[in-house]
Design a protein around this ligand. Structure first.
Ligand code: NAD
Length: 798
């Protein structure tokens, strides 16, 4: 049993080792990072007069790896400062320090002998009870620890992180034959609770679960493509979002992973399986071999299945022509099946649409799915104990929206099996028996719970107690109120949750109305309110489309009305007599941020990208965002000698440059979160944690937030802020229009033309916000920015 993991050690500071160390640091764990002592001094080291006994030379690999973490994009660290939690060292001088580690993670080169040799060296230093795990992608856990003692083997297992470990949800835990089941259980909980991972238990078989099925799928796709004359871009059009899978589809994924790595991973299964048919699939196709020989291994080599071609007018991505092995401009595939999939909503409907159109793309999709579904069913029991594990692994490890068995249900289990059999495909016996017993799907819902096929019967899916599902609660009839844009859901223990569910969760009149109604409901019947949802993003802002239309029609009164409604609703939220907790996750922008700022507390997912980005569309925050930031600055400067201006300048910069946090931790640094706000690593637990916070506030004798008096920097402050913006404009860093916006922002944040140090009301600042916002709406360049954002999803710099 693991009591607690306070200190860890990671061995191997390459791509994975350094990023795993970073994620442990994210979780607040002190981490030793060890790598080899380099073979020789670099010229630079020699010129600096370093000897081979100098720590700068001996620790070089790990030291450089930690430095790299600070420059990597997307950032592996929640906060660059967390790099200080990683202590770099080397495998010759620092092995004794392993004795401090509660968990030692091995992430060295993928080679059995190298790993065995390493474990032999570690064994004498590990403290009793310390867990040791390997990040191997597919080497046998038992083989690696074969020469180690029983105590070591009892504490040894596989922990297979996916790249990049901070962002990929999947963690495969692979017990060996001798691993103590208590260790497996407690490490699983640790992975979920502290590292925020989705953990699946895999068996000690080649490439475990996700890479076994995933590699099989990729190989089958390659063969089908060649056999039936499809192009690279055609295959990607089918195997990406049209099937509920990532945009990188098949070949962008392969280029990213590297064809050499892919060949290596496939080879590992080829070498270790005995079934001839299976071996044949994992035998890497000639095409891939040739590409690896030529060094066309993908992104890291500058070319793979795609290549960036620089032309006179910019660069273009060309694709590999499989017949000539030359790159040529892409030909966008057009087909009824692809069109139907595009129009369909959700992965289930998309997959059905793709299959149902009856063209060659439909036939391709069918052949592909058929093989992957059957293979997944064949491997059940061998690679994992349940279909749930296989589905989870594919969703979390490959970012598929549906795992194989969920896909099978989506396309119709019974008819698809009939079709397979009619085509002579051997369907695994257990699937046939399942259907013969009268079942028509692998999953089913009953009384709000999800059940899945397990050993001939439906087994209830035991959700983690901390994982509140709004969808499940709504199915149980816990919706208290609802309109097109939002619902109020009873999440138990006297707390209600306001859920946005408009398109992209953009805030419009329906959401604002529902907030108002929710306050009435909570006032009467609940102890507190949580604002949270479980969509891809929390909220990408206010409904820009409506705003632009009103602005183009010069309906200023309408816009004034919308803004007033927004401001008033947020004001009521802030003054509400019961606690309000906002729980944002992922993209939370513009109006989404403004819906969080009035809450008593923010309880955010670690992966929250939080920012007042209105300037990007030529506006400033006017739903209370500027007022809240001015208030925060005034509170921070709330002691006699304090100077307000530096705090105000930070708010000015955060809003003026439309800064978005790279994590929840970063949002504290940007001044968007306050002390008392919290970060939750596992997003699945977010609503549970927000609810706990709301309950805590309610039980602690909650008192509503009184109307604040805000100290402002006035005309002087405004002049200083404008001067800074003027410097940016003269330096060519911002455009004339940016400068105009900055001037209005400076005006609002500093409280307009009042004397420095004046105390103003919240209402006063809201009026300034609204006036500035309205005047910007009339600017043609602002309207051009809004239009561009709506059309292209990107900010226009004009
Ligand atoms: P890498 O090549 O980036 O890093 C390997 C590190 O190991 C290097 O820093 C190297 O100096 C060190 N090393 C090499 N030989 C060693 C030895 N004999 N003893 C000690 N250290 C040695 O590799 P990586 O991509 O980080 O992979 C590390 C492990 O993680 C492998 O087992 C790999 O299969 C697995 N893995 C990789 C990925 C991925 O996407 N790269 C994903 C999951 C798992």
């Amino acid at each position: 049993m693991i009591k607690d993991i306070r200190k860890a050690a990671v061995i191997g500071s390459g791509v994975m080792g350094s990023a795993i160390a970073a994620h442990l640091a994210n979780a607040g764990i002190e981490c030793l990072l060890l790598d080899l002592v380099p073979a020789r001094l670099t010229e630079e080291e020699a010129a600096r007069g370093l000897g081979t006994d100098h720590p700068a030379f001996r620790n070089r690999l790990a030291v450089q790896a930690v430095e790299r973490l600070k420059r990597t994009n997307p950032p592996p660290l929640y906060d660059e400062a967390f790099a200080a939690r990683i202590r770099p060292g080397n495998l010759e001088d620092h092995l004794p320090q392993l004795a401090e580690a509660d968990w030692i993670v091995e992430a060295v080169v993928e080679n059995l002998e190298a790993k065995k040799a390493l474990f032999a060296r570690i064994e004498p230093f590990r403290k009793p009870d310390a867990v040791v795990s390997s990040n191997t992608s597919g080497i046998s856990i038992d083989a690696m620890a074969a020469d180690c003692g029983p105590e070591f083997r009892k504490h040894f297992l596989g922990t297979h992180f996916f790249n990049p470990p901070r962002y990929m949800k999947l963690l495969e835990i692979v017990p060996g034959a001798d691993t103590d089941p208590d260790i497996v259980r407690s490490l699983k909980r640790f992975g979920e609770n502290r590292l925020g991972k989705g953990v699946v238990l895999a068996k000690d078989t080649p490439n475990f679960i996700a890479n076994r099925i995933g590699t099989y799928g990729l190989l089958v796709t390659l063969r089908e493509m060649q056999e039936h004359g499809f192009t690279v871009e055609e295959v990607d059009a089918v195997t990406g979002p049209a099937l509920g899978r990532p945009k990188s589809a098949t070949f962008r994924t392969l280029d990213l992973v590297g064809l050499d790595t892919f060949a290596h991973v496939a080879r590992n299964v080829y070498d270790r399986v005995t079934d001839e048919a299976e071996k044949a699939v994992f035998d890497v196709p000639e095409l891939v071999r040739t590409m690896v020989e030529r060094g066309w291994i993908g992104e890291k080599a500058g070319q793979g299945f795609y290549r960036k071609i620089k032309g006179a007018t910019g660069s273009e991505i060309w694709s590999l022509d499989l017949a000539s092995l030359e790159y040529r401009p892409q030909k966008k595939p057009a087909s009824g099946a692809l069109e139907a999939a595009k129009l369909a909503k959700g992965a289930r409907e998309k997959t059905k649409a793709l299959l149902g159109a009856g063209d060659r793309y439909s036939a391709f999709t069918w052949r592909l799915l058929k093989q992957v579904l059957v293979y997944s069913a064949e491997k059940l029991g061998e690679i994992a104990d349940s279909i749930r594990e296989i589905d989870d692994a594919m969703r979390w490890g490959f970012n598929w929206e549906l795992g194989p068995f969920e896909t099978w249900d989506a396309i119709g289990l019974v008819p698809s099996v009939q079709r397979m059999e009619a085509e002579g495909t051997a369907v695994p016996e257990w699937v046939k028996a399942w259907i013969a017993a009268g079942h028509t799907s692998f999953y089913r819902k009953r009384d709000g719970a999800l059940f899945y096929a397990s050993q001939g019967d439906y087994k209830r899916l035991e959700a983690l107690p901390e994982a509140i599902s709004l969808a499940a609660l709504k199915e149980e009839g816990k919706t208290v109120r609802s309109n097109a844009g939002a619902s109020l859901v009873d999440i138990g223990d006297g707390i209600a949750c306001l859920e946005f569910h408009s398109p992209n969760n953009a805030i419009g009149a329906d959401i604002l109305t529902m907030i108002g109604q929710s306050l009435e409901e909570v006032r009467r019947n609940y102890d507190g309110l949580v604002i949270a949802n479980q969509a891809r993003n929390f909220c990408v802002g206010a409904n820009l489309m409506i705003l632009l239309m009103e602005a183009q029609d010069e309906e200023w009164d309408e816009i004034d009305g919308i803004i007033r409604l927004f401001q008033d609703t947020m004001y009521r939220l802030k003054r509400f007599e019961k606690p309000v907790v906002a729980a944002p996750h992922r993209m939370t922008l513009g109006g989404g941020v403004e819906a969080c700022l009035p809450a008593d507390r923010i309880v955010a997912s670690a992966e929250t990208y939080f920012g007042l980005v209105e300037v990007g569309v030529g506006l400033i925050p006017a739903g209370g965002g500027c007022k809240e930031m001015a208030l925060r600055a005034s509170k921070l400067a709330d002691h006699p000698e304090a100077d307000l201006l530096p705090y105000l300048a930070q708010a000015f910069e955060t809003i003026g440059m439309a800064k978005v946090s790279s994590s929840a931790h970063d949002a504290f640094k940007l001044g968007l979160f306050r002390p008392g706000d919290r970060v939750v690593v596992n997003q699945d637990y977010l609503i549970h944690e927000a609810k706990k916070t709301a309950l805590g506030l309610a039980q602690g004798g909650y008192e509503p937030v009184p109307e604040a008096r805000i100290r402002v920097a006035g005309a002087e402050g405004k002049a200083a802020l404008k001067l800074a913006a003027y410097g940016m404009k003269e330096g060519g860093h911002i455009s004339d229009h940016d400068y105009l916006i900055a001037g209005k922002l400076a005006h609002v944040l500093s409280g307009g033309d009042v004397p420095a140090g004046s105390l103003v009301t919240e209402r006063y600042l809201l009026d300034l916000e609204r006036e500035a916002f309205l005047s910007l709406c009339g600017e043609p360049k602002t309207q051009a920015r809004m239009q561009h954002m709506l059309a292209k999803g990107k900010a226009l710099r004009n």
